[in-house]
Ligand binder design. Structure first.
Ligand code: GLN
Length: 349
């Protein structure tokens, strides 16, 4: 009897050791409920095929350069916190990051000023209005609303430190590039096109000034913001930027700590509240993953601790969110149990 129990004790210890070795070998950053490589590849292909021929929505055209982008382009990339990359379609095609830049402008402002200071100055209440709403600037308690509508993002850009507008812009570009793990650059044609037509954003900056809610020269801040929106990214690069957020602020491919880990929950909670503008409530209800969209046709969705998925497909719905990107992310999220409000997302069934 003794020998049986000591043998089973030995077996137990061996098993525990194996589990420890296996989890260490898999890497500290691998989620215990991570899907297999095969599951990722299969579901990614299904998401691509299911929506490839969907022609709903239309390109943004209030920024003339965006109307020129091929509306058939479609690419999906997933980057996991343990550094795996899965992709399909037009994942190497650069497009303008647009409002997704707001996430990383917020991140840099918090690096510089601290999260609480930024929260006090900008706020984080959803507006329930379009991203460029002028009445919302008058009505919202902080006037800036939240960091992901135009007013809040222009105010956040005004918080970035620097003696000149150029210095602020260069800091933002360098910071975005660290999150992407590669040097990003400005899409000049998009920048010029928006700079020539952004009277609405200039009006917003003046209303912010009326309420003392912009913290540098208003038009200069609009210009820094417009450049940030005109940064070119590919779906692949955007997924790396998202995975940096999923990985506690540390880029899983370069290993660099880009964003302070304590700031990440603030960034993601704001994405949940306002990442898809006045479509955010419906998105939270149906999909349940913090995400951010841009009128260039990109959406990045962040699965905390697991990874990020970025989709590029230019045609947008009424709220300004890529139609195919929403469908593809919703499909993958459902298949892989990624809804953060569902206990299944952490392996509980
Ligand atoms: N640069 C765009 C603007 O200011 C960004 C809007 C967006 O992507 N929703 O209108």
């Amino acid at each position: 009897m003794n020998s049986v129990s000591s043998r089973s004790k030995f077996a137990m210890t061996g098993l525990m050791l194996l589990v420890v070795i296996a989890s260490t070998a898999a890497g500290q950053n691998k989620s215990p409920v991570a899907p297999s490589e095969q599951a990722y590849n299969t579901i990614l292909k299904q998401a691509y095929d299911n929506f490839k021929n969907d022609t709903t929505g239309k390109n943004a055209d209030y920024i003339p350069a965006l109307a020129q982008v091929d509306s058939k382009l479609y690419g999906i990339a997933i980057v996991t916190t343990d550094g795996r990359v899965y992709k399909i379609g037009d994942v190497d095609q650069p497009f303008s990051i647009q409002s997704i830049s707001k996430v990383f402008t917020l991140a840099l402002a918090m690096e510089e000023q601290g999260a609480e200071e930024v929260f006090q100055k900008i706020g984080s209440e959803p507006t329930g209005r379009p991203f460029n709403s002028i009445p919302a600037v008058v009505d919202m308690p902080t006037h800036a609303g939240n960091p992901y509508v135009n007013a809040g993002a222009i105010a956040t850009a005004s918080l970035i430190g620097g003696a000149t507008a150029d210095e602020k812009w260069n800091k933002l570009l360098a910071f975005f590039s660290k999150a992407a793990g590669t040097q990003l650059s400005l899409l000049e044609d998009v920048y010029k096109s928006e700079a020539a037509t952004n009277t609405g954003n200039k009006a917003i900056s003046m209303i912010l000034a009326k309420y003392d809610r912009i913290y540098a020269d208003p038009f200069e801040s609009v210009d820094v913001y417009t450049k940030a929106c005109s940064v070119g990214v590919t779906a692949n690069q955007l997924a790396v930027m998202g995975a940096t957020l999923a990985n506690n602020g540390k880029n899983p491919l370069t290993g660099e700590q880009v964003i302070k880990r304590e700031n990440v929950p603030h960034i993601l909670s704001a994405m949940m509240m306002a990442g898809l503008y006045d479509g955010s409530g419906g998105w939270a209800w149906h999909v349940g993953i913090p995400a951010k969209s841009g009128v260039g046709g990109g959406i990045v969705a962040v699965m905390p601790g697991k990874g990020a998925m970025a989709v590029f497909a230019p045609p947008l719905d009424e709220a300004g969110n890529s139609v195919k990107a929403q469908k593809a992310i919703a499909y993958v999220a459902d298949q892989l149990n990624m809804n953060i409000f569902s206990p299944a997302s952490v392996g509980l069934r």
